[in-house]
Design a protein around this ligand. Sequence first.
Ligand code: GAP
Length: 456
Amino acid sequence: MVTLEYLVQYAKQTGFIFQGSEIYGGLANTWDYGPLGSNLKKNIKEAWLKKFVKQAPNVVALDSSILLNPMVWQASGHLSGFSDPLIENKTSNQRYRADKLILAHDPTQKPDGWTEDEMYDYIMKHQIKDPVSKTSDWLPIRKFNMMFKTFQGVVEETANEVYLRPETAQGIFINFKNIQRSTRLKVPFGVGQIGKSFRNEITPGNFIFRTREFEQMELEFFCKPGTELEWFDYWINYMMKFLKDLGINPELLRAEPHAKEALSHYSNATTDIEFKYPWGFDELWGIASRTDFDLTQHQNLSKEDLTYLDPETNERYIPYVIEPSVGVERLLLIFLLNGLEEEKLESGDTRQLLKIHPALAPYKAAILPLVRKEHSQKAKEIQALLAEHFDVVYDETQNIGKRYRRQDAIGTPFCITVDHQTMIDQTVTIRHRDSMEQTRIAIDSLEDFIRKSIKF
Ligand code: GAP
């Protein structure tokens, strides 16, 4: 696997990811997605929508607001409890997440379920040092709420305080009744949503792994109490299949169940699907069985009846929820890490290659005239034809070998070359990215050929 430094450099050079606000010296831990990155993000979201909404059993979509009534965050527990343990070094004034300091000191520890006092005691007992000041001169740990606060309207006073959502999930819970009523869906059913979330993380970093602004893809799957653990297993398998079908090496994945004593008070099962990043296994995708906690909280605070009447048994209950939740950027990061390599060729040369599933590739095909003067018009006609259906790119600069290499490096699965033969019989050469094999195909068959290749 390439290093993170290599990836950052590659992502900038090729146009996947640029540092945010770069011409002004940047804004820490913000990233902009360039022509390739925005296409890849779009394709990841489309793949998720296809599998987790369109083709999933009984799932519909939602697009709820980023700004919600602050009572939502009171009910969900985010106002009181959505905090990380912050520890500050007196000498350097640097701030850290206490649990991350402990893990950096000893990765076998599991500080997730520890109290602040337990973490502090551990740090002092083991004399964990601040990497900057090299001292163990620590202030007591305090809770740091990660929600971004802002004001709605023209007056900046407490009554107008609102928060940027730290997860998209609550938008689903508060619309449960609306969705169930309008769709007449019967439990079990799910609601999927993609959208931006914001968290004032204490220690963002590792490129796009942990940022303060990111995009989540969340599914809330409502089911009958008592059936939730079956659905929990169902969705873990579904998530794993999704990753493997899209080409992620299974050896880089593992499912890590949270220990019973580390579970949140409302959860009866939680698992992280982890990926082996350059710094080791770390979280990719979380799945939690959240019981009826969220709907009950919203019912209590809003005084709205959020129960469901089972038409078969005539029972009334608050459904239980299974929630698979993933960040778009984390998926983007792993598809790049999983696919990017320097391949040694038989000729002794190396080529930069991004092996990414055609469904995700930023461009499905590159259209290349072999000789610009003679073939560019035909090539542009083919580009226009395919652009009706797919993201494609046209390239007429430099020799054909260099053009192939450029497309290999950005993951374009097919290069379509227009040559002398094309002008005679309306066929083109297709060069396959991974095998570098070349085959001939009629222009009329191109659309169908590409469509089949992007299916998963
Ligand atoms: N509604 C549940 C929830 O938000 P979470 O484990 O806090 O759960 C779910 O977040 C997923 O969102 C994570 O597994 C990760 O993929 C992504 N995520 C969370 N915080 C992130 C951050 N600061 N930067 C990028 N992605 C993040």
